[in-house]
Structures are given as structure tokens and as C-alpha cells.
Design a protein around this ligand. Sequence first.
Ligand code: NDP
Length: 420
Amino acid sequence: MSKLLVIGCGGVAQVAIQKCAQNSKIFTEMCLASRTVSKCDALKDKLEKQGTPVKITTATVNADDVKDVVRVIKEYQPDAVLNVALPYQDLAIMDACLECKVDYIDTANYEPEDTDEPVWRAAYEKRCKEKGFTAYFDYSYQWAYMDKFKEAGITGLLGTGFDPGVTSVFVAYAKKHYFDEIESVDILDCNGGDHGYAFATNFNPEINLREVSANGSYWENGKWVETRPMEIKREYDFPQVGQKDMYLLHHEEIEALGRNFPEIKRIRFFMTFGQSYLDHMRCLEDVGMLSTTPIKFEGKDIVPIQFLKALLPDPASLGPRTVGKTNIGCIFRGKKDGKEKTLYIYNVCDHQECYKELGSQAISYTTGVPAMIGTALVLSGQWKKPGVFTTDEFDPDPYMEMLNEFGLPWVVDENPVLVD
Ligand code: NDP
């Protein structure tokens, strides 16, 4: 029996909300709140027509404004807030949860919308020098809430999507059941889906293009090693998808895993991209369309990447036209009982199956299902402890069981092909 406030109603949120409705033993009441409330109303109607037993209400919220989030929390009195808006809103929503003493859950690391803001920029440049990676996001801002959340007696569960989220749970599960010591982890994110467009992004274009056009980096012997964008390329033959090119990227779970599993000597993250995607991205970057700095156009300030977002297909609309499968997982090397051991844990998800079930494509599906699972485990008390944590810091077993139960079954291969 619990009341959940969900903030955001985009591609990921729509899956998370529909999955919460499938788990009505835990989620008895939900308030769907977002900037564009009509999307919340449409989803409420859809679920009610399907006869959901969950009592649903909707609200308008500006999640950039702590006071407005506090207003909605005070009006609704939820047991937890699931933030599936954008990473830009993480801190405002965490502040509101703190003020109201309500548990907080999200799927992505805080990053600022305006990367030219002077105070943030100064701290960022200092961090780049000290830590040696230049991504716009890092955990320091959210980990700084540890003591405040502990004092308030509330839980903050950070990054319960697929990657980060499930990939970090796979690491905790491998450590618990298969290894005495893990030496290396390669996280492989393959999207073998085809939506038929020359160029489109599978989740929020602004967040996606920022991530992919940035420098890559990996964790080795307790330090970051940074690379140029797309500098390290490998090919891999993914089970149920086939041979794909993949490129090393910086990714947020590496930072948490590097801190929480100091025994792991190397952690890398690879994502597959087709040539058309890379060609378009390079061209857009070269002409300045990926910039987040406002420019004057006919007397108005416009942010190039936001204008580009308006031109690109809405990721939530890709569902009906995307065919093929995703394969996301982790390859481990380490030791068990003194012997060398390798292991691959992965999930394969079919875009069209997701569309048939919930009307969405597999990227939103593979993020929205774990968002529901993490929230359910906090609300049921299984993953509730005061403070701020990533998904690798809890018992992985109930999460792994729920992945099987709620549409993301996983495979364990004890003889995988390794990435060189
Ligand atoms: P979308 O852009 O589709 O949806 C974002 C939603 O947030 C929209 O409903 C939007 O409202 C709402 N929103 C944006 N700003 C505000 C605001 N200030 N106040 C209230 N609501 C707001 O994004 P996605 O669904 O693709 O992504 C959601 C989150 O999931 C992101 O944080 C993304 O980084 C994360 N993600 C995580 C992954 C993982 O594996 N961990 C993978 C993929 C995504 P409106 O409808 O008005 O635009």
C-alpha cells in the first residue's frame, strides 16, 4: 500500500508508470505530474480504460522550482517521488524531498542545463583537473546529500534505469554469486533496433547527444583514462543481435562502481552506433547545432541543441516503427576459488514486443522497468536505508528476480567472448 508521485511524462516515464500499474500490490495510488499535464491526463485515461486498480491523479509541476515541487508533494503526500523528468531537475527534486522528508528515486546523474553558468563552470573545471574526466555530469552533487538524507531518515536511490541501474546490479550479483574477486568489467550497450530514420535519438535528444559527443573515458587502476570522442572502437558479435561496431564512452555507473568496488582494476563502457548516426552527429556538431550556449536569432535567444530537438522525431514516437533488439549487459573477468573466471550477464529486449505490450520502444522500456523496480524495492522496505545510494549498494537478488518477472529476463553465459 503506497502512494507514489511520478515527475515527468516522457518516453521513460510512460513505461515506468504503466509498469507501476502492473504492480498494483505495491503501487496503490499514483500522482502523475509534469510540465505538460495533458500527457499525464492521456496516460491516466489509457490506464483507467484498461481497468487499472491504481487510483491515479495528475498535476502540473515545474520541477526546476523547488517551491513548486514542495507544493505538489505537500498537496499529494506521497511516500516516495520518482523523478523521470530530466537530469537538470535532480537537485531541485532532491531538495524538495528533503524538505518534505520523502524518499527520492531517479534514473540519471545530475547535470546542469546551462554549462556556461560561472559558479558551476568553475567547480567543473576544478573537477576536470582533479579527477581527470570532462563529462558534464558526475556524482559529487548528489553524493553531497548523503548526510542530509541520513539525518532526515529518507532514502535516495540514484540511477535505477538500465545503464546505470541494471548494469550496476549485474556487478553486485556477479560479485555475490560468482566471484571472490572481480578484476575487470566491460559494460556493453547494443541497440540493434532500426527506426527507419536517417537520424533520430532513442531518448531525450539533448541528453543523448551531449553524452555521445563528449570525450570517452574508462577507469583503470584507480584512475580515469580519458579518450577523444569515439577514439576506441571494437566489434562484438552480440547474442540475438549480431555483429556491431561499438565505441568507448564515459558513463556514469563507472564512477560509482570505481568507488564502491575498489578491487576492480578496469571498468569500461561501450555503446554501438551505426555509421549514419555518427556521420549526422559529426556534421551537426561541426555546424554548432549541439551547442547549449544560447545564440541570438532574429532578436530572440535560442539554444541550438533545443532547436535541433524540436526538429528531430520525439523518441516516444519511435515505438511503432522500430524493429530489432537491444542487448545490454556486463562481461566480467576475475577469480573464484583461486581460478580465473569469466562471465557475461545480459538482457535481450525486442522493440516490437515492447511496443505491443506498452506502446513504447525498447530504450524507454529497458529504462522504465528498472525505474519501477527500484521504486518498488524502496517502497517495500527491501532497499530502504537512510542516505543516498546507487543500485550496486543493495542486495541484488530481489531486483534480479523482479527483472525476470516484469519483462527484462537476463541470461548468464559462463564462457563469453571477451572484448580486447
Ligand atoms: P523525455 O524528454 O521523453 O521526457 C522528459 C519528461 O520530463 C517530459 O515529460 C518533460 O515534460 C518533463 N520535464 C522536463 N522538464 C521539466 C520540468 N522543468 N518540470 C516538469 N517536467 C519536466 O525524456 P526521457 O523519458 O527519454 O528520459 C527521462 C530520463 O531518463 C532522463 O533523465 C534520461 O537521462 C533518463 N534515461 C536514463 C537511462 C538509463 O538507462 N539510466 C536511459 C535513458 C534515459 P514535457 O512533456 O513538457 O517536455
